[in-house]
Ligand binder design. Sequence first.
Ligand code: ADP
Ligand code: GLC
Length: 472
Amino acid sequence: MKVIHVSAECYPAAKVGGLADVVGALPKYQTNLNYEAAVVMPYYENKFAKSSKYITDFKTTVQLGENSFKATILKVKNSEKDLGYPLYQVKIDDLLDRKEVYGYGDDTERFIAFQKVFLDWVLQFAVKPQVIHCHDHHTGLIPFMLTQCTAYIPIRSIPTIFTIHNAQYQGEFSFEKIHYLPEYDLEQSGMLEWDYAINPMAAAIKACWRFTTVSPNYMTELPYAATGLDWLFDTERDKSVGILNGIDTEVWNPSSDKMIEKNYTVKTVETGKLANKKILCDKFNLDINKPLVAFIGRLVYQKGADIMAGIFDKALDANDINGLVLGSGDSHAEYLLNELKEKYPGRYNTYIGYSEELSHLIYAGADFLIMPSRFEPCGLNQLYALRYGTIPVVRTTGGLKDTVKDIGEKGGFGIRHDHVTVDNVALAITRANKLYNDTEEFKRIRKEIMNIDNSWENSANEYIQLYNQLAQ
Ligand code: ADP
Ligand code: GLC
């Protein structure tokens, strides 16, 4: 393999959000471009693991302070064929091998151990990879350990790329846990430090060869984004580049998607979407004759979860529309969204939880998808919506700004708003409702957006160009 992607998530093995979609698709497209790519991720005790067959590739023990854990690197059998690239999973007994990806009190220990085992594995390779590509803070200590820890001197010349999918999560922990890291020259501790703590995201930015963001616009926002690392992003900007995410057009394809009720193409979009909308409306007791405005996502502050119920309340009050929310997260937001069902029976519904199938059906059956994000490093939902002929209504931020053009502009095809307030988003939904009632224009746009090319092909190549620059 030329590039090894290291990540906490990878679809279909484990997914919490868009990180999994990216790491699950990018290596496939790189391999298609004749650049050998592999993925290394943790082994979780989940559905995917239960239904997969594994081949043991490497065995070791990993030391964390006083404790040592048995670790194995397992290759998913037939992954080259089934996924398009080899997938390896790091199993660490009694530490990493849990049901969920995140959310445990010892996540710091779990991901430090993961990164150490990964590097121990690479250490014994006969042929070194051309580059190690780390994704988000769970892999952020790799560039530091690789360049600073004595154990990894033989492989320290391997270039590292660090991709920021979300700068809000940095994985910081106390210096009291410093002894979990392999030995290094303590004078270099400053490379790990931010705000008196060990900060894996900051350490990655300092120690990696290049860092990237998942959209060009998010990179321009980072020095002002109030993540706490603004100054660092600014001073290190010479080694940064923004590369826009793509989508896996095989997984997300309305003409072959097995998770939706009726497949369709640009030509059959009217009947196709209607059939999917019908199933949704039957399932959620909604009116098929009204425009369906949906939201899919993690119910967190980033996505505007705290005002989501307020947005739907105001928009439903002002417009003859239907609303549907799929998501989970903040319990108060979940509660308010559930409450709203009683106020708008037959017009609004909520599915609290995670359902890959339902998400596909919503992309296919909805008329509009809202994303009132406070910030959005890239956002994939709007790209899936476009591919399924669902018009995105998005806040002008991050990757949403790079990928959605407002209908008020020449060549525009979506609806944008500037603020994350109930009024501003509800107003954008009113514009969506107006567009829906302008039937011919609505149908035209719906067809047009299905043809927009947001596939990984271009961006997968941009990453390869970047790797090649480092290898010279
Ligand atoms: P983020 O990574 O910040 O959550 P993205 O827009 O990049 O946002 O990606 C979100 C991904 O997670 C998409 O594939 C979306 O369909 C999926 N998703 C989010 N919440 C849910 C849910 N409750 N059920 C199913 N899929 C979900
Ligand atoms: C993060 C971001 C999201 C991005 C995804 C994949 O979770 O919040 O905007 O699309 O990563 O890169």
